[in-house]
Structure formats: C-alpha cells, structure tokens
Design a protein around this ligand. Structure first.
Ligand code: MN
Length: 486
C-alpha cells in the first residue's frame, strides 16, 4: 500500500524526521498542485436516500433508553480504529451499543442524547466528508482519497433518521456541558477524556448494563438478521465438507479459510475466530491456531459463524467424520452428545428458567458417563459433585446476537438466574471431551472431542431451531456429507 503524501510546509525540528522520510518517497507539493487539487471535482451528494432497514427499531430503542435515564446526557461511542502496526489498522468493528442504537457503524462516530425539558435531543456525531478546499481529502490520512468516500452529514441524517453534526466539535461541547452525564466506556479514549471530571464508573456501568439487558429479547429485525447469519453459516459448512480432501492435503487452515470466504462474501466477517479442530484438537475448547493435520479416521470439530453486515452472528458447531463415516466409538460418544442436545433444546421454552437447558443436557451426559463405567454412580451423586465436568467442561450455551456471547454484562437476575421469554436467542451446545492424556478413561476414548451446537429462538409456544437446516443426527450427518462429496 502507498504511503501518505505530505505537503511541504514549515515544520518544527521535532517533526522533521518523519516528514523527511515521507518526502523522501514523494517530492514536495507545489503551490500550483495544491491549488489545482482544490477544484474540478463533481458534486456527488446523494439525495433522497431511503432510511436503513432497521431505522424504526433503532428509534424505538433510543426512546426506551431515553425513558430509562430522563434528564441525563448519554454518550455512546462507536470506537476508534486500532493500530495493527505503524500506519495499518485492524479492520474496524463498531461497538455493538452504538450500532444497536443507530444502525450506523462508522469509526469515531458518537451518539449523544442530550436532555431537554421532557425528553432527549438526539445527535449522531460523525466525521463529515473531506474538505476539498484545504487539501484535507488528499493530504490527510483520514482523507477520503485514502479511506474512501464517507457519507455527508446530510446523507447520514436521511439514512439513520438522526440529526448529524461534526464529531470534531464534540469534545469541546462535552467539556462545556453541565448536568449529569453517562458514557459507555472502553471504546473512545478521547471522548472519555473530555468527560473525565463529569462521570463515575458506577453510573457508567449502569448505562452499559441497561444496554446489554435491552438486547436480551430480540425484535423481528434482529431475528431476521440472525436467521440470515445462520443461513450463510449453513452454506459455509457445506463449503467445508466439499473441500475436506483439500484440507487433508494441507491443514485445518484450509477449513478456516474456506469458511472465511463464505463469511466475507455474504456477510461482514466471521463472528468469532473459527475453531477448526481435527482429531485431538477438538478437546481444546478454543482451538483457533488451526495449524494441525486433518486425517482420515479423525473427527473434525468445526465451530464457526458468519456475521452479517449488521453485526449479528451465528454460532454453530458440528463434529464430522473426516472420511464421512463415524467409527463405533466416535458414534457412541456423538450419539450421547446428540441425546443431551435434544434434551437441552426441549427445555428451551417461554417461562422455563435459563438454567434448565443446561441441567437437562448435563443430566443426560452424566447418565452416559455412569453407564459407560467412566464415573461411579448414581447420576444424582455425579451431578451433585459435578464429577461429569471433567469431560463436559463448559456451560451448555449462552445468549446470541450482535456479540457471540451476547448480553454479557446483563445482571445475573435477568440472565443466568432469569426466565426465558419469546424473542430470546441462545445456543444449545453440549459436548464431551476426552483429552489425549486422560488416563482415567480407556484408550479408545482418548483424543475424541464432540460438540453439537445450534441456535435456538424462544417462541410463544416453545422454540425454533434457526440452524435446523444443518443435519445433526449421526446417520443424517453421514448422508449429508456423502451427498455433498458426490
Ligand atoms: Mn457457542
């Protein structure tokens, strides 16, 4: 990639080394060129833009936020670019709080709700289009010539339905503001610095917790986006099955790369680092190095999800026989996990406690471990002492949405100790993992890890499996793989 071009301007000694380095690649900018670059550009302003699809929902969410914190100034930043090295940045991902409330995902954006007599005045602060009259668009690193065209503030107003203003003026406005203020922390150090003597950690946390709990129940737009994420993920799993022979010739990376292609073409990204775990790597819960071999006779545990352009992610796991057929011991373990998942899914319904599906799945798995003679019964004793956890390792699921572990700062009483309601979306993902060096189980178990994970929507009368299009039962998995591989 090209390096930034810098004008020849008077400079301090302190600035010289960088400028000299840059101007070593490019000659200086003459006054004639600078003048020439200010004009001769077409008017590209977009008019009569339609609002983004979720504009109605985002307005309702802002109204709910406004009602919860009357009389207070609320500041919700999108976040800033993070440096990867020197002048390259990591791909930007907006804070979910900002995207959830605005539908916008632009770096440095900030939503501000300013208290009025009986309500809040909403403003979305954004970097406007580059000024062509002062060289900003081609001489600044944030100029549109370098980073691409931005929406003008007028365009942003039409798209998001919120009055827009120049974000460069926001820090001074915040410094001058009076009255109570809360900010969502952790995304924009510059904005937080402007508020440092006005906010407290405790009050800011209340804002963050409220925004996390707001997302526990999904609206129709969100459920549609989650279904899109799942549908793309199903296609990504099919892609992987079709190239398993290429993966055998290379490594787990071929699987990760194959899934990533689907995620980038149909969505924004993967929602989390793909776990492409072949053989004993399946027993490492967050195996994301993905640099191991893929061998016939082994299982492949693939835990992956496409994230949509609106930042909703799927989270699906299948454990597949690399050669297309489960061995006897693989099938025995797989079918036990399947049975546990069936019990877990059956426990997902409105009015049930959140913990019920975990308990239902754990009970099945503990029963299997006793039945196989791996732990001494009765099952009640095993569950009471948690002895099954040597092999079940993790909780059976979590809320799913814009974050893969969505609503992570919701209070215990509204989430883990809470009750399921229609519109909640959660994963059900029991597993059994026999570490390669586990001397307490017969050798044939060692190095086998199985997890099955689906994305379940709580409905008025039970649940709907959003990822039902991807086969789960062992014989159906084998048939599906055989059909895809021809
Ligand atoms: Mn999960």
């Amino acid at each position: 990639m090209a390096e930034e071009l810098t004008p020849e301007t008077p400079e301090t000694e302190a600035e010289k080394p960088i400028k000299q380095r840059k101007n070593g690649l490019y000659p200086g900018v003459s006054e004639e060129l600078a003048e020439n670059m200010t004009s001769g550009w077409a008017d590209t302003e977009l008019r009569d833009l339609k609002p983004v699809a979720q504009a109605g929902q985002t307005a309702r969410r802002r109204a709910a936020l406004s009602a919860r914190f009357p009389g207070e100034r609320l500041v919700i930043p999108a976040g800033n670019l993070k440096t990867r090295s020197n002048d390259t940045d990591y791909p930007f991902r907006s804070s979910v709080e900002y995207a959830y409330l605005t539908g916008n995902q632009t770096e440095d954006g900030v939503l501000v709700l300013e208290p009025t007599a009986d309500d809040h005045r909403e403003t979305i602060y954004l970097l406007p289009r580059s000024d062509r009259s002062n060289g900003e668009f081609w001489l600044s690193g944030q100029g549109e010539l370098w980073v691409g065209r931005r929406h003008s503030l007028a365009e942003a107003e039409q798209l998001y339905g919120i009055p827009a203003a120049d974000v460069r003026e926001l820090p001074e406005k915040l410094k001058a503001a009076t009255g109570p203020v809360r900010v969502v922390r952790g995304y924009d150090a510059g904005i937080e610095a402007a508020l440092t003597d006005k906010v407290t950690a405790e009050r800011d946390e209340e804002l963050r917790v409220f925004l996390s709990e707001m997302r526990l129940v999904k609206d129709d737009f969100e459920i549609g986006e989650l279904q899109k994420a799942v549908d793309s993920t199903v296609r990504g799993f099919e892609d992987v099955v079709k190239v398993l022979d290429r993966a055998k010739a290379t490594s787990e990376r071929y699987i990760e790369g194959t899934f990533f292609l689907r995620a980038r073409v149909e969505g924004n990204d993967v929602g989390y680092g793909t776990i492409a775990a072949a053989g004993p790597h399946a027993c490492t819960l967050h195996w994301v190095r993905n640099d191991g071999p893929v061998r016939d006779g082994d299982l492949l545990l693939l835990d992956a999800g496409v994230e949509t352009h609106t930042l909703y992610t799927a989270d699906v796991t299948r454990t597949l026989p690399v050669n297309g057929t489960y061995s006897e011991i693989q099938k025995k373990i797989y079918d036990a996990v399947y049975e546990a998942q069936e019990a877990g899914i059956a426990a997902v319904k409105p009015g049930a406690k959140y913990r019920d599906f975990h308990d239902a799945a754990q009970r099945v798995l503990a029963g299997k471990l006793v039945e196989w003679g791996l732990v001494e019964g009765p099952v009640e004793r095993v569950l009471e002492l948690g002895l099954q956890r040597r092999w079940t390792l993790h909780g059976t699921g979590h809320m799913l949405g814009m974050d893969v572990h969505d609503c992570a700062v919701a209070r215990t009483e509204t989430y883990v100790d809470g009750t399921l309601e229609p519109g909640m979306v959660l994963t059900v993902e029991p597993g059994l993992y026999f570490q390669a060096d586990d001397l307490t189980v017969p050798e044939e178990y060692r190095g086998i890890g199985v997890r099955i994970e689906d994305d379940i929507l709580v409905t008025e009368d039970g649940n709907r499996n959003l990822s039902a299009a991807l086969p789960r039962r062992s014989d159906e998995v084998e048939a599906w793989m055989a059909a895809l591989r021809g």
